[in-house]
Design a protein around this ligand. Structure first.
Ligand code: ADP
Ligand code: MG
Ligand code: MG
Ligand code: MG
Length: 417
């Protein structure tokens, strides 16, 4: 069959356009004309369809040539779907059973077809509702460690890794969004910014902090110039789907090569924002126990990252970095080198965490944890705690290097007004 040119799918055209693709039709089952098709994209950027037939369901995700939440005035290349597909395939190898399985990829149509995650729901919604997920922190910490380690030259053959960096460097439009929306816009009056009016005094003071801005730009420099490993790039709680017991990671369209600490920092920031927003979502003893659970998730995330990274260091260190012979010839242990590297990753993760805590209340794409709080005075009070803790993490990550100190810091800001 001749390849189809790009055309944005609709619930009416999807069955015709994908009906004779074996990888799709065999999993959905039945006559394409009778498929049930729903568009469920709640994200900021793309089309997402759930397609159901007599045999089962699949998800079709297709890029649009513009930013969905803004409109056609903000064009965005279709090629981001290609990089999302490349990332999903790599994640499946490096951290099995976390990303959705991909069944089909159509490059010209900027779409791919993947496993339908069910009855999984978006983690952010669960955290707003007060639901618990078993092994959440462990799974995310492990996912970050596996993808960080196995996507780096600690593990990959150097030629393969360098070639992959070359491939991913073709993705310029998506990193540009992170570079401005995450690292730069929060810290000055950028055009697309918005924040809760009552938060203005805190925002003004943050933007006067010149040392903070310099530190954040230095972290941006690492983010944009450092190709240590392949990142997910957008690991917030809206990119995690879960049941009570199963945790999956979706939506790596912001994937790029970057610093090992970035995904870990972003994930923890989203747990912290869930934590700080809780007083608006539940009360009294339920509030305290649920907030305590979120702090346990954060602790598990850091602890399992370190444990898994150390394990891979000992069992899979096959790349050009820290080669065994370099240490073993003199009978040295490489364990101290691993600890030092983990220390650096921890400090950078805390700083990236602080930046993500800022961008979600100051820049363009806010998160529902705070945004759905209707009482703006209360919202601003909770956002202020979050902004100030973020600032502390960027300015002095050392003070939160040990997890108990990080937890105490969060508890202190949670009491502060
Ligand atoms: P975007 O890139 O536009 O943010 P996402 O990949 O985050 O798109 O998907 C948008 C929404 O579609 C998700 O929040 C989720 O509700 C749903 N979704 C995406 N992928 C799947 C999947 N594999 N299984 C079930 N639902 C999915
Ligand atoms: Mg998304
Ligand atoms: Mg647990
Ligand atoms: Mg996305």
């Amino acid at each position: 069959e001749a390849a189809l040119r790009y055309e944005a799918l609709t619930v009416d055209t999807l069955a015709t356009r994908l009906g004779d693709v074996h990888e799709v039709a065999s999993r959905v089952g039945g006559e394409p004309a009778s498929w049930e098709i729903r568009e469920v994209g709640d994200g900021n950027l793309n089309l997402v369809f759930i397609v159901t037939g007599t045999a089962g369901s699949v998800v079709v995700k297709q890029a649009l040539p513009y930013v969905r939440m803004v409109g056609e005035s903000w064009p965005l290349p279709l090629y981001r779907a290609h990089f999302e597909y490349y990332a999903l395939v790599r994640q499946a190898k490096r951290a099995p059973n976390i990303a959705p399985e991909v069944f089909y990829f159509d490059k010209p149509q900027a779409l791919f077809v993947m496993e339908y995650l069910y009855p999984h729901t978006i983690l952010r919604r669960k955290l707003i509702k007060g639901e618990r997920v078993a092994h959440l922190g462990e799974t995310i910490g492990q996912f970050c460690a596996r993808t960080a380690f196995r996507g780096s030259e600690l593990s990959l053959p150097s030629p393969e890794k360098k070639q992959d960096v070359g491939l991913f460097s073709g993705n310029v439009a998506i990193p540009a969004i992170t570079e401005s929306l995450v690292f730069t816009d929060p810290y000055y009056g950028a055009e697309m910014n918005h924040h809760t009016p009552e938060l203005s005094p805190v925002v003004d003071e943050l933007r006067r902090n010149v040392r903070l801005k310099a530190k954040v730009q230095r972290l941006l420099m690492k983010f944009t110039a450092n190709t240590e490993t392949m990142l997910h790039g957008d690991l917030h709680s809206g990119s995690i789907m879960a049941t009570d017991t199963d945790v999956r990671v979706i939506d790596p369209e912001f994937s790029q090569y970057g610093p090992m600490a970035f995904d870990l920092g972003m994930a923890v920031a989203n747990f912290l924002m869930a934590y700080f927003s809780q007083p608006a979502h539940r009360k009294d003893n339920v509030l305290a126990t649920y907030q305590a659970w979120i702090l346990e998730v954060i602790e598990a995330c850091f602890t399992s990252f370190d444990a898994e990274f150390r394990y891979l260091w000992q069992t899979e260190r096959t790349g050009i970095l820290f080669p065994r012979a370099l240490f073993e010839e003199q009978g040295n242990s490489a364990d101290d080198a691993c600890d030092a590297l983990l220390d650096e990753i921890r400090l950078d993760a805390l700083a990236y965490c602080g930046i993500e805590m800022h961008r979600r209340v100051l820049s363009l794409a806010h998160n529902a944890d705070f945004e759905e709080i209707e009482d703006t005075a209360l919202r601003a009070r909770l956002e202020a705690r979050n902004v100030l803790m973020g600032q502390a993490l960027i300015m002095n990550p050392d003070a939160a290097r040990e997890v108990p100190a990080l937890i105490e810091l969060a508890q202190a800001y949670n009491r502060q007004d």
